[in-house]
Write a protein that binds this ligand. Structure first.
Ligand code: Q9C
Ligand code: ZN
Length: 346
């Protein structure tokens, strides 16, 4: 399968995140991209550099002021003090509920809070270029679909599905799946479906399309009562206004067996087939793997082949976008199992 990959994806190298009050190495590491790259090459897949500029589509997905902040964030941080080159910025205040989000403060760590949903999405020197290359890959993939390619894989990091119109979160900065869906719409697809199989609910993607009937969002994930992102992803979120009925959440209890997960996948696929979409975007998180260090589902390596086959049987032009998956050494095998399972079904 044609795959987009950029060296920029390895240059997003944050130092640490917080876990149980302690600073720990980031789960979302540069090594993830290397393992996927290596496995793709080893199994004969073609890697290409993204060749489209996503700026026009990004402006339809994210707000202008969030994009401006993210692009300039590292330079702004360094401008405060040269010694900041070796420091990781951390948000200071979040504008929750009665606080105002319409006025952007001048203070850097306050701005970082304004544009963050959590304390776990570290920005560093390579963040913008890596995230931008991911969005470029998403648009490049949709161009190939438009030219007749059946399926394309974006082997990108950082992931994107937690990022909303004006915020980062959950290791995500630019919402690559939403960029792909929006680009497909702009290229003339009347209806698009986004299927999110990451362990965590794709709150960013859901919120971006929540009031739209043209982009169906379907997600299988750990129940947000106990799992990140906690504040979205419940079964009663079905869409609003014109989008009513075009959002389907299938939360599963933490610790669910693979058989339970595949039953929910059948429900998701049935809804997508019923939507009659012209194209499918898959938010391919692989943190449903039994060996994932921060998740509790139980999929094994061959289950990812099964997942690919099931998606291939939908028979839809498909863009795969890499999301989570933190058992880094197994990430490449699991990802390539999905895309080869898909190819065998087609
Ligand atoms: N500090 C994705 O899979 N919680 N994001 C981590 C340890 C955040 C996962 C808990 C999990 C975000 C794209
Ligand atoms: Zn995840």
């Amino acid at each position: 399968m044609i795959t987009f990959f950029s060296e920029q994806h390895v240059q997003h190298a944050p130092q640490h995140e917080f876990f149980r009050g302690e600073r720990v190495p980031c789960f979302e590491s540069p090594a993830r991209a290397r393992y996927v790259q290596q496995q793709l090459v080893a199994r004969g897949h073609v890697l290409r550099e993204p060749d489209a500029d996503s700026l026009m589509v990004l402006a339809q997905v994210h707000t202008a002021r969030y994009l401006a902040f993210l692009e300039g964030a590292w330079a702004d941080w360094l401008a405060l003090e040269p010694g900041n080159a070796d420091r990781q910025p951390f948000p200071s205040v979040w504008p929750v509920r009665s606080l105002r989000a319409d006025v952007e403060p001048a203070n850097f760590t306050a701005r970082l809070g304004l544009y963050s949903m959590d304390n776990g999405s570290p920005v560093c020197a390579g963040t913008w270029a890596a995230a931008k290359a991911g969005a470029d890959a998403a648009v490049s993939a949709t161009r190939l679909l438009h030219a007749g390619e059946h399926a394309v894989f974006c082997a990108t990091r950082p992931p994107g599905h937690h990022a909303g119109a004006d915020f980062m979160g959950g290791y995500c900065f630019l919402n690559n799946a939403a960029v792909a869906a929006q680009a497909l719409r702009a290229q003339g697809c009347r209806r698009v479906a986004v299927l999110d199989v990451d362990y965590h609910h794709g709150n960013g993607t859901q919120s971006l399309f929540y009031e739209r009937a043209d982009v169906l969002f379907v997600s299988l994930h750990g129940d947000p009562r106990t799992e990140y992102p906690f504040y979205l992803g419940h079964a009663d979120e079905t869409g609003r206004g014109a989008g009513e009925g075009f959002n389907l959440n299938l939360p599963l209890p933490a610790g669910s067996a693979a058989s339970t997960w595949f039953e929910a996948l059948d429900v998701a696929c049935a809804r997508i087939a019923w939507h009659g979409a012209d194209a499918l975007v898959v938010s391919l998180g692989l943190d449903t793997f039994a060996g994932d260090p921060i998740s509790t589902f139980a999929l094994q390596a061959d289950d990812f082949s099964r997942l690919g086959e099931r998606l291939g049987r939908l028979g839809m032009p498909t863009v795969f976008v890499l999301e989570g998956g933190y058992a880094a050494a197994e990430l490449g095998e699991n990802a390539v199992n999905v895309i080869e399972g898909f190819e065998q079904a087609g």
